[in-house]
Structures are given as C-alpha cells and as structure tokens.
Ligand binder design. Structure first.
Ligand SMILES: [Zn+2]
Length: 452
C-alpha cells in the first residue's frame, strides 16, 4: 500500500520528499468503549478497524466482518485518541530529582547548565528512550521536544515508534554563538524532517525571548520560512522574565516577538503564564499555540496560566509536561487532571475547563499545535491510527458513569494497557513491543553515576 505523506494544518507545509510503502496490515480493536473525540458521546461498544497506518472504520455496536492480521480485544477498555505532549525536553530525565526544590534560575544556572556541558549523544539517546518508555506507558503517542544532540533523540523516537516534532534548542548569549547554533538547528531539520517513516517532524527552537537576541529571532524566522517548519519556544514563563524583557525591549515578550515578525510562521509557545490581553490577541490573531505545562509551573511557583481566558479569546491551547527535570513526570493523564482543576481555580468557576476541554487540550489541540490537526487527534476514518486503550476495570474507575470524567479526574498513567501509533502496537496489554525497558533502566542508572 502506498501511503501519501503529505501532512499539514499549514497549507503547503510539511510535505515530505517522497511517499513511502508499508505492509498492508488490517487490525481490529474489538468491542471497546470508544471516545472518538472529546466532544462526542462515548460509544459504549464499537469495533474499530485500522488498515495500514490509518483508521478505516468505526462500527458502533460492533460486528466487524472479514479477515484481520491482528485482533485486539477491547472488552473492559476505553479507546481514545493518543495523547500529545506539546512541550518537553525528553532527555532531561537525566536531571530528574536533582536539586529538586530550587527556583528556576538557580536550578538552571547552578545545577543543570553546568552538567549539560558533559552531555554526549549516547547519554541523550538512552535518557530519551527512558522518557519514551514512561510516555508510552502513560498514553502519549506524539510530542514536541527541544534539546541538544537531537539526532540522538530522533534515533530514540525512530526505535520506540512514537511521533515527534523535534528541534535543536538555540541558546546564544553572545554574538559568536549565533551562527554555529543556527547552523546546528538547520542541519538537524535538513537531515531529519519526515524521517522514521514520516513520524519525525522538525522545528526551529530559539530557547526564549530572554536568552536569544533579535539577530537569532530574525534569522530563525527566515530559516523557518525557507524550511517550512514551525518555531517552538518558551514564552512568558516567569514574572521576572517578562519584567526583564519589558526593561530591555520596552514591550512584553509576545509583543517583542511580534515586532520581529516571529508570528509570521506557526509558533508553539510553551507556558504563557504571564500574558496580557494584548498578548492573547497576538497569539490568537496568528494562530499560535500556547502550551500549558501545569506541573512544571506549579513546582517552580511560576503562576497559573489563564487557560480559560486564552481559549475564550481564540488561542489554541495545548498541554505539555515540560522537561521531567522540572516537572518530575512525563504523564499526560496527570497533566489533564491538573489542567482541569487548576483551570477552574484560576477562572474562579467550577465549570471552567471541563473534562471535555482538558481532553481537547491533550488530543486534537495538541495535534493542531504540531501542525498535524488534519492527521491526528481524533479517531476517525482516514486519520492516522494513534490511539490508547485504558483499563476500565480498575477499582478507582468504578462504577463507571462517565468514561470522559473518569479518564480526566480518576485515571492514572498505569491504567494504560495498549498504545498504537500509525497502526503499530507499541504497548500491548502492558508489554512494551519496541523497547526493552529493563535494558534502558540499567543503562541509564549506569550513565547517571557521573552526574550525581
Ligand atoms: Zn521547557
């Protein structure tokens, strides 16, 4: 079967150089409760047919006929769209638990950045795999990442079978770093865009308005236009950083980036905790995505992003864990719960950020963030077959009045039984199919010794 590899919410963007061939496999997920999208009623029992890399049919009530290469029994399971972690730094699993209670600037300056000088590609590869094991086991099928040694992150993604939007993080505190850093970012895009059978996409990532000067931003925008990739950055994470940008640039970080033409390309802006009405207007007007990272923001006492207000103003809001160094976990089921409960607190309204909205942040809105809104995020014929089966028989999910509410407020990452990406099972009834987690854990514990 020849599968077209033209993907994109941005017209003309993300067109890979050639189609690719996959073995034609028919997969049946039989008799699960199915949530096709957060806004739809959950089907109490349905058969879902996957052909090759895509969903082919959803049959309410079941009754699928014909021959299948593989049947996954869905009895007692909820099938829902794969979760999208729209902002993380996967290989920072290396720094999990290190100097855990410092403020962001001290944590970065005193603990993380000095240690990052000793990173190698091998270390990044194994700690990325460690992060991928955790993500797959808690239902994440796609993620956006910026870090260093990205070719090694990409190799880990290729092996594990997930989907990712990857970028070399550009930090250029002095003018002599601008050229080499941007060159590194560009060659990563040129080498990896569309690789791993189309599962790896790329972006450019100037780290943040307070770590990159105007030269970096202008050059990054020109490059993003030329390479047809989005920009993934951090925006308005702390009040201090906003204050610094206002002092140095005379505007808010979002206004400053707009003045440099950054929003002329698709932008994924992590955090957006300290945004003004004007900032939200800018994000909405340019179809940029704000990525809410509740655990990381809480742990670093950065504040609570105004998610309900951003959605009201028309901003696409997605959900992320941020790096496991700051958040401690790569568990999107937990981030959904936090997004819902914090969203209510922030808005002063228990009806704000419903379970349905929290699920939208973690599924189709995340797909839109990655530029894959037409391809991912819901279970519909024609879309990429990225989905999760959750075990509904657990005691904390009883008596089971609402699968949607139970998934957001009561489920745990460990309730994920099976994960499928592009029609390929990566986790099958709790058994990883592509990665040996015992080996990964052993290697990581060994490699971590010199970082203590
Ligand atoms: Zn981050």
């Amino acid at each position: 079967m020849i599968v077209s590899n033209c993907i994109g919410a941005f017209p003309g963007w993300y067109v890979a150089t050639s189609p690719y061939t996959v073995g034609f496999v028919r997969l049946l997920i039989r008799g699960a409760a199915v949530m096709q999208r957060p806004e739809a009623e959950v089907l109490p029992k349905a058969d879902v047919i996957i052909e090759g890399r895509r969903f082919a049919a959803v049959l309410p009530g079941g009754g699928a006929q014909g021959a299948f290469d593989r049947v996954i029994e869905g009895e007692g399971r909820l099938l829902f769209p794969g979760l999208v972690n729209a902002h993380t730094h996967l290989a920072m699993t290396l720094f999990r638990g290190l100097a855990a209670d410092l403020p962001l600037s001290r944590w970065l300056n005193e603990e993380v950045w000095p240690r990052e000088r000793n990173l190698t590609g091998e270390i990044v590869y194994w700690f990325s795999l460690l992060g991928l094991v955790e993500m797959i086991r808690s239902g994440t099928t796609a993620f956006a990442d910026m870090y260093f040694f990205m070719e090694d992150v990409a190799r880990a993604v290729e092996k594990a079978g997930v989907r990712a939007l990857l970028a070399h993080g550009v930090i250029a505190p002095t003018p002599d770093r601008v050229e080499p850093e941007l060159n590194k970012a560009e060659s990563f895009v040129r080498e990896w865009e569309g690789k791993a059978e189309g599962r790896v996409r790329t972006a450019l990532s100037p780290h943040a308005p307070y770590t990159c000067g105007p030269e970096v931003w202008k050059r990054a925008v020109a490059l993003a236009r030329e390479l047809k990739v989005p920009i993934h950055t951090h925006l308005a994470e702390t009040a201090d950083e906003v204050e610094q940008v206002r002092r140095e640039r005379g505007r808010s970080p979002a206004e400053w980036l707009e003045s440099l033409g950054v929003f002329a390309v698709p932008v994924i802006a992590a955090h957006c905790v300290h945004v003004t009405d004007k900032d939200m207007e800018i994000l909405a007007a340019h179809n940029a995505t704000a990525v809410h990272c509740p655990t990381s923001n809480l742990r670093l006492a950065c504040g609570i992003a105004p998610v309900a207000e951003m959605l009201r103003q028309g901003v696409n809001v997605a959900l992320g864990t941020d790096g496991p160094g700051s958040s401690g976990r790569l568990n999107m089921i937990e981030e959904m719960r936090l997004a819902a409960v914090l969203g209510k607190q922030k808005a002063g309204d228990p009806q704000a950020i419903s379970a349905q909205e929290a699920l939208a942040l973690a599924t189709w809105r995340g797909a839109v963030a990655l530029g894959l809104g037409k391809e991912l995020g819901t279970i519909e014929p024609g879309k990429r077959a990225d989905a999760v089966l959750l075990d509904l028989t657990k005691p904390h999910l009883q008596p089971g009045y609402s699968a949607r509410a139970d998934l957001v407020y009561s489920a745990q990452g460990a309730d994920v039984a099976t994960v499928v990406v592009d029609g390929q099972p990566l986790l099958l009834e709790g058994e990883l199919q592509t990665v040996d987690d015992t080996e990964v854990i052993e290697r990581c514990r060994q490699l971590a010794r010199k970082f203590q």
